[in-house]
Ligand binder design. Structure first.
Ligand SMILES: Nc1nc2c(c(=O)[nH]1)N[C@H]1C(S)=C(S)[C@@H](COP(=O)(O)O)O[C@H]1N2
Ligand SMILES: [Mo]
Length: 538
């Protein structure tokens, strides 16, 4: 007779029991890792939100990601790229956590070794941050210890409750009736459930504690902005053609694009902030926020754009900025001969290098403290960021700025240059069609076309459109707000006939250079090519 048919020894029953054990082991792994994350978050509330294991690993991943992957992420997920990254990290962590639970059930020592590896990964990631301090390793150490302890306790209980010794020779010597000696299964279920609850509450509590400890909302609300010594030049009427669907001329702050590598926003209280100007200067300067506000502040209407903007993309915005004139501060510090690069450093360790000659050639470079009449939003660099008209953000617009170093290109490669991007970052002429929207259906007859073009600091001299590869037509340019601002355009397409049509646009800058037709991706110096849109006329 092959086997006795009782529930435990029947192959199906055994398989079912085995499956239950596997699931329980997976759950134990997940709960142990959940407790680890909770321990990490609670500790990170004290050491800074950027030091939580998940955020540290995520930040390291951002820095290590190859350029094509970064470009892909920005292109596919836009400003959601960070949420996608974190979700991915959590998913991979959960997978490994369940696996470690299985391993720990059979081989506790291997399970412990893997959790130690997890902890070490977090420590390495935290230490790899450019602003790392020794204490930043603590959250990952705490997470690793919590993981090991929870895993050890829960998988031992599970082992005992299900009556199987781990596959290690020493443990095999236990009594054959280990099941009887072990805790009841209910205890394991309760312990695992309690662990899960603690993990969830701990993680949420740690986050809240971190948020409250790092809330600069009140400090930001308390900032009193002085009146500008140099107000913005009056904006001419008619900078915005009244075509429904066209982007506003001034971008509402809440709609302004955000591009940066910060998984958690640096929280800087202006009272703890200072800006150090040093390097190849005669008189290094340290400015407090008060000092900065005492400068003769200037207002500047400026279009800021990102090198990662695809043809027709949305990574450009216009705001009214208020800030201290940067050239005056540099002159006061006394730039030494031979210097050709100005490196901005942010609180989170970002480095952005600007050609010094463009800062000093008469353009209105600013150390900005306000955007559209309010202190800078935290996401846009509170309390201070740099701005240099005519350059993409990655070579000019350091957010959370804390340091300016006058140096040489030969002496230092900033963050993006180390990753192969062009070191100058001059804004390329760009134009886009916003009306009609892509794949819009419009009635036959006269069709309104409109959009936005920029050649920041040079100025837009002309915009042309054409339909189905026909002759280029001059679009009507809206009033000119000045070369540092984008220029909106409109055009009436007369007698549009039913069918599918392709509309193209190209702009010419004030230097007479027309956008080239050749499509190039953003890397390494900004995208090129004509934007086009397809519409259906009915
Ligand atoms: N500290 C810091 N500053 C930064 C960046 C960053 O990643 N970190 N990104 C730069 C880039 S690539 C751009 S395009 C602008 C975007 O500014 P915004 O987010 O305010 O639109 O910020 C620049 N300043
Ligand atoms: Mo950018």
């Amino acid at each position: 007779m092959p086997f006795v048919s009782n529930d435990h020894d029947h192959p199906t029953g055994r398989r079912r029991a085995g499956l239950g054990r596997v699931c329980a082991a997976g759950a134990v792994g997940l709960v142990a890792t959940g407790l680890a994350l909770a321990a990490g978050e609670v500790t990170a509330a004290l050491t800074g939100p950027g030091t939580s294991p998940v955020v540290a690993v995520g930040s390291a991943a951002i820095d290590l990601a190859p350029t094509w992957l970064k470009e892909y992420a920005v292109r596919s997920f836009g400003t959601h790229d960070k949420a996608v990254l974190l979700t991915g990290i959590y998913a991979v962590t959960a997978l490994f956590a369940a696996l470690v639970g299985l391993i720990a059930l059979r081989r506790p020592a291997v399970g412990a070794a893997v959790t130690a590896l997890f902890g070490a990964l977090g420590v390495w990631a935290a230490a790899s941050r450019p602003t790392a301090r020794a204490a930043d390793a603590l959250p990952s150490v705490a997470a690793g210890l919590a993981d090991a302890a929870a895993l050890w306790f829960l998988s031992r209980s599970l082992r005992r409750a299900t009556g199987r010794a781990p596959d290690t020779p020493t443990d095999r010597t236990g009594p054959p009736d280990a099941a009887a000696a072990g805790p009841p299964r209910r205890t394991v279920v309760v312990a695992t459930g309690a662990g899960a609850a603690v993990a969830v509450l701990g993680t949420a509590g740690g986050r809240r504690l971190a948020d409250s400890r790092n809330d600069v909302g009140a400090a930001r609300a308390a900032v009193r902005l002085p009146a500008p010594a140099v107000p913005a030049r009056p904006r001419p009427a008619g900078v915005h053609p009244a075509v429904p669907g066209l982007t506003p001329f001034v971008t509402p702050t809440g709609d302004f694009y955000r591009v940066d590598t910060a998984l958690t926003l640096p929280a800087i209280d202006p009272r703890d902030w200072s800006l150090r100007i040093h390097g190849l200067v005669d008189h290094p300067v340290v400015l407090s926020f008060e000092d900065l506000l005492r400068q003769p502040l200037e207002e500047l209407d400026l279009t800021l754009s990102c090198v990662s903007n695809e043809v027709g993309g949305r990574y450009a915005g216009t705001a009214r900025w208020l800030g201290a004139p940067l050239p005056a501060l540099l002159r006061r510090a006394g730039v030494r001969p031979g210097a050709d690069q100005l490196v901005g450093r942010s609180r989170d360790g970002m480095t952005i290098g600007t050609p010094l000659e463009s800062v000093l050639d008469g353009r209105r470079a600013l150390l900005a403290v306000a955007m559209n009449g309010e202190p800078l939003p935290v996401a846009h660099g509170f309390p201070c960021r740099s701005l240099v008209p005519g350059l993409y953000g990655y070579t000019s617009a350091t957010k959370w700025l804390v340091e300016l170093e006058v140096t040489r290109f030969a002496a230092f490669d900033p963050y993006w240059v180390r990753r192969g991007w062009d070191r100058t970052g001059e804004v390329r002429t760009a134009s886009r069609i916003e009306v009609p929207a892509p794949f819009a259906r419009v009635p036959a007859g006269d069709v309104d076309l409109a959009g936005t073009a920029w050649a920041t600091h040079r100025g837009v001299a002309a915009v042309e459109v054409r339909v189905d590869g026909g002759a280029w037509q001059q679009a009507a340019l809206a009033a000119d707000g000045g070369p540092d601002l984008w220029r909106q355009w409109s055009h009436t397409w007369r007698g549009a006939a039913p069918g599918t049509h392709r509309i193209e646009v190209r702009a010419t800058d004030a230097g007479g250079r027309t956008q080239p037709e050749t499509r190039r991706p953003p890397f390494p110096s900004g995208s090129t090519g004509w934007h086009s849109t397809v519409v259906t006329v009915f």
